[in-house]
Structures are given as structure tokens and as C-alpha cells.
Design a protein around this ligand. Structure first.
Ligand code: PZK
Length: 321
């Protein structure tokens, strides 16, 4: 697509932003996301890292949110350790990695996971328990792949009669695109499609149940799978606020916008600024950075039931018991 015709959010970020967090120069870089980086440890092992970058309205903001990468990694680890599904996690202890300096280990600990290298399955496995985001947009404008089997008369943010599996393809630029069951079956094959759907619905049900017990709604989430040694394996980050929509249960009601736990605060502040949602975004004032950090930590503590101060385990503040 010619640059001039791309919607706002789809412009590549300025070079300096893309490069800023590639900060493990001793390891080969494998892949970059907006706010994550993957490096290679050896042919079978990757280092999956979450930075403190934040995106809002599809733009990466100039300020980082201190500890955001640790919060997201802590949540992924919490769920990988809780789930019965085979997954790519090896561990989070970086001390035995010969290529890393002490300084690398200090800056990465808590925000990095050692994972098995997988052959990635090119379908995003989205599960929705509530009608929001792109599914609500499709539904209210006459239906689309994600909402083809839903009854009439649902409201924005309504709880669905049962969770639905709504696969999407990873767009090279911009948003993922919802695809039909038929399209997904064509991409991965019928047997694999059914395995992806069954595992995705099962993991969603476990996580939604866990969150509900803590006063949090897991509205929707996205999983990725791959093959490791010929076995279907859950990969990527799981059940983080960047891959999921979490709502405080006491703030949800069908028929109205539901504020997400983490980013609502920063979105509201950005909306109060005169900004056309094209890069460069306005600079976040320190109190908005601090308030956003508080929301991420609140989400971590609500969902895991643990104190963020105790994360990562084994890492105790000086003088602490
Ligand atoms: C892998 N991504 C997505 C892109 C990110 C993440 N275990 C794995 N084996 C092989 N490849 C991947 C994984 C995982 N997880 C995942 N790309 C490749 C992605 C950019 C940044 F952090």
C-alpha cells in the first residue's frame, strides 16, 4: 500500500523508537514486536523479552512505563505455570546463560523468559467471552467472521451465551484481520484447526474462571501456538493485558464502554489532549506515567493474588526479610 494511503496507525515508527530497546547486543536478534523483542540463545532456545514500551491508539508512546515489561512477564509466567497445556516456557532464570553479562542479567531479570524455539502456526487464536472491540464493530455493522454465529439483540460488552473462538491472521501492517472458520481450516488444516479451537477455549475457560474468582473479567484474549518436536505447543506471551482485555468486574455493565484495567488511564489523558493520533504522540507527564504504572501493578496483583513487590521470586529488596 502506498505510504500516503495507509491509515494513521500503520506508519512505521520512527527509526529511533524501533531501535531503542534492542539492548542485548551479545545475542542475535530474531524478531521485534511493538513492545517485545526476541533473541536467540541457541538453535533450540530463544529469549523472549517484554520492554517497558507502551502503545495507545496504535502508536508507541515516547515515555516508557517503568516495570510494565516485568508485570507482563510475571503474568505470563503465572499462567504458564498454572496451565496444563504444553507450552514453550523453559524458565526465567538467566544466570546460567553464558552470553549474558551481569549487567544484561540485571536489566533482563523479571522481563525475560527462556523458551523453546517453535515452528509458529500462522493463525492468531482469539477467544471472546464478551462482545467488544473488533467483534462488536462487526456485529453492530451487520456481522462478519468473528460474529457469524451470534444471536441478535446483544449489547456492547455483553456476555456471550458461550465463549467463541474467532481466529485472525497476523497482518504485516496494522491490525489483525478476523477470518472465517473456513479460511482458518484452509490455512492450518481441519485437524489442527480443531485442536487450536479446543485448546484455546479450554485455556480461556481456566483463565477466565481464575480471574472471576478475583473480581476480574477476562473479556477476550489471544493465543499463539507452534510445533515443538512435533507437538502442539502454546507459545508467545499469555493472558497479559497486552494480549487480553481485562475489566474490573464491578465496573462492567452490558450496553456501555468498559474501561480496560491498564490502558484506560493513558487513553483518557491522550483523548484530553489536542492530538490527531498520528506520530509523534504528546509526551506523557510524569503523573500520567506513574498513574499508568500503578494500574499495571494493580492488574498484576488483582489477577495473580501476589504482591508485585515480591516479583520476581528470589529477588529480595535490600534489608528485606
Ligand atoms: C515467535 N513471534 C511473535 C514477534 C515478539 C514476538 N517459541 C517461539 N519460537 C519461534 N518463534 C517464536 C516463538 C515465540 N513466542 C513469536 N515471533 C516468533 C513475536 C515479535 C516480538 F516478542
Amino acid at each position: 500500500m502506498p505510504r500516503a494511503l495507509r491509515p494513521n496507525g500503520e506508519r512505521p515508527e520512527p527509526r529511533q523508537l524501533r531501535l531503542r530497546c534492542r539492548r542485548v547486543p551479545s545475542l542475535p536478534h530474531v524478531a521485534s514486536g511493538k513492545v517485545r523483542e526476541i533473541y536467540e540463545i541457541d538453535p533450540d532456545t530463544l529469549l523472549f523479552t517484554a520492554t517497558d514500551r507502551i502503545s495507545a491508539f496504535d502508536v508507541i508512546l515516547r515515555q516508557e512505563i517503568p516495570d510494565k515489561g516485568r508485570v507482563l512477564t510475571g503474568l505470563s509466567l503465572h499462567f504458564f505455570e498454572m496451565m496444563s497445556m504444553r507450552n514453550h516456557l523453559i524458565g526465567a532464570d538467566l544466570t546460567a546463560i553464558a552470553q549474558l553479562t551481569d549487567a544484561d542479567i540485571a536489566s533482563l531479570t523479571g522481563r525475560a523468559m527462556l523458551v523453546r524455539r517453535a515452528e509458529v502456526i500462522p493463525v492468531e487464536c482469539v477467544v471472546r467471552g464478551y462482545l467488544y472491540g473488533s467483534a462488536w464493530d462487526e456485529y453492530r455493522t451487520g456481522g462478519g467472521p468473528a460474529t457469524e454465529h451470534l444471536p441478535d439483540g446483544l449489547l456492547m460488552a455483553d456476555k456471550l451465551p458461550a465463549p467463541i473462538f474467532t481466529p485472525a491472521t497476523k497482518a504485516t501492517v496494522g491490525h489483525d484481520e478476523n477470518i472465517t472458520e473456513t479460511q482458518a481450516r484452509e490455512i492450518v488444516g481441519g485437524d489442527v484447526f480443531e485442536a487450536l479451537r479446543a485448546h484455546s477455549l479450554d485455556i480461556y475457560a481456566q483463565a477466565a474462571d481464575h480471574a472471576a474468582g478475583r473480581g476480574v473479567i477476562l473479556a477476550d484474549t489471544k493465543f499463539e501456538f507452534g510445533w515443538v518436536d512435533g507437538e502442539l505447543t502454546l507459545i508467545d506471551e499469555v493472558l497479559t493485558p497486552d494480549s487480553s482485555r481485562y475489566w474490573p468486574a464491578d465496573q462492567w455493565a452490558p450496553g456501555r464502554e468498559a474501561p480496560s484495567f491498564d490502558k484506560q488511564y493513558v487513553r483518557e489523558w491522550l483523548s484530553s489532549e489536542r492530538w490527531d493520533r498520528r506520530p509523534p504522540p504528546p509526551d506523557l507527564p510524569p503523573e500520567v506515567v506513574a498513574g499508568t504504572r500503578d494500574r499495571y501493578i494493580e492488574a498484576y496483583e488483582a489477577i495473580t493474588g501476589a504482591k508485585f513487590n515480591d516479583y520476581p521470586p528470589g529477588d529480595h529488596p535490600p534489608g528485606g526479610g
